[in-house]
Design a protein around this ligand. Sequence first.
Ligand SMILES: C[C@@](CO)(OP(=O)(O)O)[C@H](O)COP(=O)(O)OP(=O)(O)OC[C@H]1O[C@@H](n2ccc(N)nc2=O)[C@H](O)[C@@H]1O
Ligand SMILES: Nc1ncnc2c1ncn2[C@@H]1O[C@H](COP(=O)(O)OP(=O)(O)O)[C@@H](O)[C@H]1O
Length: 285
Amino acid sequence: MVRTTSFSVIAPAKLNLFLHINGRRADGYHELETLFTFLNFGDELSFELTSTPTILVTGDTKDIPLKDNLIYKAALLLQTQNKSQLGVKINLIKRLPMGGGVGGGSSDAATTLLALNKLWNINSSVDELADLGLQLGADVPVFIRGQSAIAQGIGEKLQHVELERKWYCVVHPNQHVSTAKIFTHPDLKRDTPKILGDWKCQTLSNDCEPLVKKLCPEVEKTLQWLLKYAPSKMTGTGSCCFVEFASQVQAQDVLANLPHTWQGFIASSVNTSPAHTELAAIFDQ
Ligand SMILES: C[C@@](CO)(OP(=O)(O)O)[C@H](O)COP(=O)(O)OP(=O)(O)OC[C@H]1O[C@@H](n2ccc(N)nc2=O)[C@H](O)[C@@H]1O
Ligand SMILES: Nc1ncnc2c1ncn2[C@@H]1O[C@H](COP(=O)(O)OP(=O)(O)O)[C@@H](O)[C@H]1O
């Protein structure tokens, strides 16, 4: 069998369809309940195996110092943990807004772990990779497991839920919202009771939304503008906002009318992360 030594994979976006904050732990992290769905839109990462143990990251990474780049950190962590002597050249095409609440950095890290696990023949289990991913960020494990899910804990306790396929128009109001800034803000609502019973029968919202709207008027404007089309929501700690539809044309219509000061994209939801689907097509033939 010929060994695959170079390939490209998506690092998909996520949306938090709701996000409740139930409390704050002693280490500062927040207990939350959130519903994750994946989109069939994201960054693109190319991997090329090298025989020396160098990790090279190129492409749309200019603003992030290498040591802070989650792609580099993920590759280094996997290489160190497994004492691998192999290296890699990784190229990033960035399509997801940074600090937008669509999980671009976490998804890049997860795709890197999943891809290098194959490329370097490491054969770690999904559980092992999810544990490793958690060291890089609370959102990384859901991208490693790759299934739409309700998350609890700090985002790492995942229960798979099968969701109906929907179309989304996601709008980035050209604002970077720092997750750390929102989670350390005194005005953040942190006391939503845990969901009892079926989550589908509850009032679901994003507890970060009121604070982010106050700190970032452009997010408020975006949510207001989107309301013309459908109920609008914010994902994660912002700044991206979205509307949900049953059909692609409805989502396309919103994008076509988007004010030029904002960026947006349309995508459909998928129950399995497209990173998993693409890697399976490359490696599990
Ligand atoms: C809020 C969420 C919802 O999906 O998404 P984003 O808006 O960032 O995409 C995530 O929980 C973000 O996950 P992630 O971006 O990986 O977080 P980390 O890098 O681990 O932490 C960033 C900052 O948020 C805080 N944080 C994160 C998760 C959590 N449950 N409680 C927290 O208080 C951490 O203390 C840290 O200061
Ligand atoms: N490869 C990467 N892609 C995006 N952000 C990265 C990456 N590596 C490190 N980061 C850092 O992570 C922060 C959060 O990025 P991102 O995951 O895109 O936003 P969010 O958590 O709001 O969804 C960025 O502001 C950036 O400083």
